[in-house]
Design a protein around this ligand. Sequence first.
Ligand code: 13P
Ligand code: SF4
Length: 301
Amino acid sequence: WPVFSDDIDAILKLKRERNAVILAHNYQTPEIFHCVADIVGDSLALARKAMEVEADVIVLAGVHFMAETAKLLNPAKTVLIPDMRAGCSLADSITPHDIRLLRQRYPGVPVVTYVNTSAAVKAESDICCTSGNAKAVVESLGVPRVLMLPDEYLAQNIAKQTDVEIIAWKGHCEVHERFTPEDIREMRAAHPGVTVLAHPECPPEVVAEADFAGSTAAMSDYVGTKKPSRVVLVTECSMSDNVAVEHPDVEFIRPCNLCPHMKRITLGNIRSALERNEHAVTIDPAVAARARLAVERMLAV
Ligand code: 13P
Ligand code: SF4
C-alpha cells in the first residue's frame, strides 16, 4: 500500500474539495475498490445508486458505457471518466444503424439492449437490461419474442431460463469468451470440491459446467451467503481480489482473465481526473432523452 498512499491521500482530499463521489465497478483493482471508492457494485447497482448521488461530481471508475449511464441518470452533474479509452468489446459490437436494420427485419419485436452499449444504441432500444436483471426484463414485456443485444452468450444463457423466444446478436465479451468448459473441468480436477461461479457473459457450455451463474454482484452475494470453502470466480481477475478481502476463511482459486478496458483506470488517473476535471462525459441531448427512457424502463422493472 505505501506506493499508493500519496495518490490515495490526494484523492480523498480532492473528493472533499470538489464534493465528488467515486463509483467503482467490481472489476476495479483493490486499491481503487477498497481505498477510494464511495459506491461499489455491478452494473445494475451502479446505475441504481447513480440516481441517488447528491454530490456535484461523479467519477466513474469503470468503463465508458457505465459513465454514460451515470450521466444519463444525472444530466445536471459532472460525470468524469479517468480514461476515455476504457471501452468494451460488447459496446463496440453494435451500432444504432444495426438496430434500425434489425427492427426492419423483425417488425414489432421489442429490442432489449444490455447496458454494455453506447448511449446511441440505448436510444434505439425499448428497454435496457444487465446480467443481474435480464430474465426479469425480458419477461416484463409480456411478449413471446424479443431481440436481446448485443451479447450472444448472455442471450443464450437467458434463453435457457425463460419461455420467451430470444433473438441474439453476435457480440461477445473479450474477457469471458476466452473461458472454455475444459478450463472448468481442469479446475475441478486440480481443486477437488471447488465451487464454480461463472458470469453469464461466458459461453453456455462454460455456464453448464458451473455450479452457479450470475452477475458480479450475484457471485459476490453467493460467496457471502453460502460461504463455500473453496471457490473459483470465472470472470475478470480483480473480482476475486475484491471479494477475498471480505472472506479470509474462503480459499479463492484464481484462474481469471483481465479486462484491459477496466484496467485503464488507475489511482493516478482518478487523481488527475479530479484535479483537471477530465474527462467529462457528454451526450447529445436528443440521444440522451431517448436512451434515458430505456434505462429508466429497466430500473422500473
Ligand atoms: P456486471 O453487470 O455483472 O457487473 O457485469 C458487467 C461487465 O462488464 C461484465 O463483464
Ligand atoms: Fe466489456 Fe467484458 Fe470488459 Fe465487461 S469485462 S467491460 S463486458 S470487455
